[in-house]
Design a protein around this ligand. Structure first.
Ligand SMILES: Nc1ncnc2c1ncn2[C@@H]1O[C@H](COP(=O)(O)OP(=O)(O)OP(=O)(O)O)[C@@H](O)[C@H]1O
Ligand SMILES: [Mg+2]
Length: 500
């Protein structure tokens, strides 16, 4: 199959997002669609998926003009869409989500749950994922939701699969399994569009690439003929640094420490300590318990045993209000579920944690809030029209920056970042790293949870590696390598003489 999009234009108000874009894909090829946050990648794919109408332009499928007025039209033409912002129904089981709108029925008209579950299990088995299809989606962690979205697209036997940042929540072994399946589909002649900000992945899996910038295609070609640096340059329009960011900083007093923290099956006997000005990493694989651990430290994870100390004093943290009053901030992973409030506009989302400090009499001092937020918008280079627009009108990466802005305004003593650069483009990623380094230089104690080994290595002074709810080991400085992190994350022991 070949799919061609010709002269596609799309504006939102005064914002001309796509200007006369030509884009095409062929069966048997995996095409990367690249560009900075807000470049229009999701918009272009939403037009292809029948989610948004184009202002002008045409789409041809195997040479014939087609019009997709709804997602159902696009689906009927054999196009499956894995959305950037996950698109599952929380109140249904996994298998119900996977067959939504295409349920299998028995002769008498009853739903055939058994066969649907078997088909789901078969796909999960091929993906080497242990997941009961009857699990309710609301009980799944973001990574599993992403896996279910991918599995659903595979189940559709589509001839074109659009994958809009499918791997943001996944760790390396899962990503490799998804890639294996993509290669199998590629051999079967399926066309795939792959959107990702992880350029190493792009070079590994994609055969072709197209880069969007300022509404036009600025580069395209074969991935074999390019490099990470060149792609990054096309995306942002200038060189992007890639070296380590570790710097010598004066470390101050211990700000936050934990000893023997446990919570049922989720994590056991965790001890750590982080000092003023220090950047401490936590990494591991899916299900290692690090997110649960820090939700608990932030007061939203429920009862725990063990001790938490803030500035040397033993504290009990059983609510987020308490955590915040102790000076703990937490930038959660998965902004859609935990980080943003969909009914609020950009300014409200970006300033909400500073509201208690910005009251005049009983009213919020919007002038002050607006001024504070404007500073963050500039510092973080948030791309938006008006702060009064709904948060959902921002591109994924820009939503992430708004979540960051909110916490930066709160002046915390210790700031926990859970996957801080998820879905953020190469340039913005460096901006966020600079902000984290800046906070550390000001004496904030920083904890970075990340599934990306490179992020930990470049940014953190040292890292704890978790495995099945326990700390498997600690690495520092030059000892932090991708191989060592992976070895510990998969249950390998610390090498003797290596402990710090
Ligand atoms: N429904 C909408 N209403 C108004 N503006 C929108 C809407 N959807 C997208 N935009 C704007 O269009 C531009 C492109 O957004 P899009 O989501 O396509 O970017 P993207 O390339 O997918 O970015 P990211 O890498 O962050 O996901 C952004 O400036 C965004 O704010
Ligand atoms: Mg997008």
């Amino acid at each position: 199959m070949t799919l061609e999009m010709w002269g596609i234009s799309k504006s939102f108000g005064a914002n001309d997002v796509l200007k006369q874009i030509d884009f095409s894909v062929k069966g048997g090829e995996i095409t990367a669609l690249l560009g900075e946050n807000g470049a229009g990648k999701s918009t272009l794919m939403n037009i292809l998926g029948g989610v948004l109408p184009a202002d002008s332009g045409s789409i041809f499928l195997d040479g014939k003009p087609v019009q997709f007025r709804s997602p159902a039209d696009s689906l009927a033409a054999g196009i499956a869409f894995i959305h950037q912002e996950l698109n599952l129904v929380n109140d249904l089981a996994v298998y119900e989500n996977m067959f939504i709108g295409r349920e299998l029925k028995k002769k008498a008209g009853w739903l055939d749950a058994k066969t649907m579950c078997e088909k789901c299990s078969a796909i999960f088995e091929r993906m080497d994922i242990r997941l009961d299809p009857r699990t309710m989606v609301r009980d799944l962690d973001a990574s599993y939701k992403q896996i279910v979205e991918i599995a659903r697209a595979l189940l559709m036997e589509a001839s074109l699969i659009i994958m809009d940042e499918p791997t943001t929540s996944l760790t390396d072994p899962e990503i490799q399994r998804v890639f294996d399946m993509m290669r199998t589909l590629q051999k079967q002649g399926v066309a795939i569009v792959f959107i990702s900000h992880k350029l190493k992945e792009v070079l590994e899996i994609c055969t072709r690439y197209t880069v969007l910038r300022d509404g036009v295609v600025v580069a395209e070609g074969q991935t074999a003929d390019t490099s990470v640096d060149e792609l990054a340059r096309h995306m942002v329009g200038h060189e992007v640094r890639t070296e380590s960011l570790r710097t010598q900083r004066e470390l101050g007093n211990e700000i936050l420490s934990a000893s023997m923290l446990s919570q049922g099956e989720r994590f056991q006997n965790i001890s750590f300590s982080v000092r003023s000005g220090e950047i401490l990493g936590f990494t591991g694989l899916l299900g290692d318990g690090r997110s649960e651990l820090f939700q608990t430290v932030f007061g939203s994870g429920g009862k725990y045993s063990g001790e938490i100390r803030v500035s040397g004093e033993a504290v009990q943290i059983h609510s987020t209000r308490k955590a915040m009053s102790l000076g703990i901030g937490y930038v959660p992973r998965n902004r859609k579920e935990n980080g943003i409030i969909a009914d609020m506009n950009i300014l409200e989302n970006g300033s909400i944690v500073t509201w208690p400090r910005n009251k005049k009499a009983c009213f919020l001092d919007w002038k002050k809030l607006r001024a504070g937020f404007a500073g963050q918008v500039e510092g973080l280079r948030i791309k938006m029209d008006s702060e009064k627009n709904p948060i959902g009108s921002l591109s994924g990466g820009n939503q992430q920056k708004v979540v960051l802005a909110k916490w930066l305004g709160a002046d915390p003593k210790v700031l926990i970042f859970d996957n801080p650069t998820q879905g953020v483009d190469v340039g913005a990623k460096e901006d966020i790293y600079d902000i984290i380094l800046g906070l550390a230089a000001q004496g904030v104690a920083i904890i970075v949870l990340s599934s990306e080994a490179q992020e930990i290595i470049r940014l953190c002074d040292r890292t704890l590696v978790m495995y099945h709810g326990r700390v498997q080991g600690e690495l520092q400085g030059e000892k932090m390598t991708e191989q060592e992190i992976m070895r510990l994350a998969t249950g390998g022991e610390m090498r003797t003489g290596e402990a710090v």
